[in-house]
Design a binder for this molecule. Structure first.
Ligand code: SAH
Length: 209
């Protein structure tokens, strides 16, 4: 997975490569799907949600420009895999999941595998985690209709936010860097497809398919 899917496509940050090597992805998928855990696609994790493709996890992690030791917020815990990868680089990871079923599963896997620097909360991640802000880096792993102001405001100066923004069907992965208290720089990184970010500052409802 690391050689063919990540390095071959340009993932070069040694911290990211090392984290991807150290976290056993098969722990985060159902038993019936374990033989596909290292394959080049997303997989279902229950509740209509998915664990992202390995490349997307690595690419988004790299896009946060971590050097080690940061305080990081993730929105959309899902299986807990992305949080586990972040926890191998950052000092402390805070992650929010709206589904209590998924949060409970993720917590059980992370706890039983010794991931001690991850705090999981059930709630609406579009509000961020104000009690722990500011964050050096924030990753949103569900697609938002627009960059969420509430989340931007929880970035430290020089902090980086990575967030998929667009329609229900497809998004652009954006990186927002907080330059000063009031100045932000926004870049488009690549196109992507995520499940919707549902919540007060996200999508209000799942439209008919
Ligand atoms: N990062 C996950 C994959 C996330 S899938 C992993 O590594 O497995 C997106 C997740 O975002 C889903 O679990 C979904 O329930 C969650 N989600 C959607 N809207 C949310 C919100 N407003 N707050 C928190 N979680 C949300």
């Amino acid at each position: 997975m690391v050689e063919r899917q990540l390095k071959a496509r340009g993932i070069a940050d040694p911290l990211v490569v090392d984290a991807m090597l150290r976290v056993p992805r098969h722990l985060f998928v159902e038993e019936a799907l374990r033989n596909q855990a290292y394959s080049d696609f997303p997989l279902p994790i229950g509740e209509g949600q998915t664990i992202s493709q390995p490349y997307m996890v690595a690419m988004m992690t790299e896009a946060l420009l971590l050097v080690g030791g940061e305080k990081v917020l993730e929105i959309g815990t899902g299986s807990g895999y992305q949080a586990a990868v972040l926890s191998r680089i950052a000092a402390q990871v805070y992650t929010i999941e709206r589904s209590s079923v998924l949060a409970r599963k993720a917590r059980a896997i992370l706890d039983s595998n010794g991931y001690a620097n991850i705090s999981i909360r059930v709630g609406d991640g579009t509000l961020g985690w104000s009690g722990e802000a500011p964050f050096d880096a924030i990753m949103v792993t569900a697609g938002a209709p627009a960059v969420v102001e509430e989340i931007k405001r929880q970035l430290a100066i020089n902090g980086r936010l990575v967030i998929p923004v667009g329609s229900f069907k497809e998004q652009v992965l954006k990186r927002v860097i907080r330059l000063t208290e009031s100045d932000f720089r926004e870049e488009n990184l690549l196109s992507c497809r995520f499940v919707p970010l549902l919540g007060r500052h996200g999508w209000q409802d799942v439209p008919q398919r």
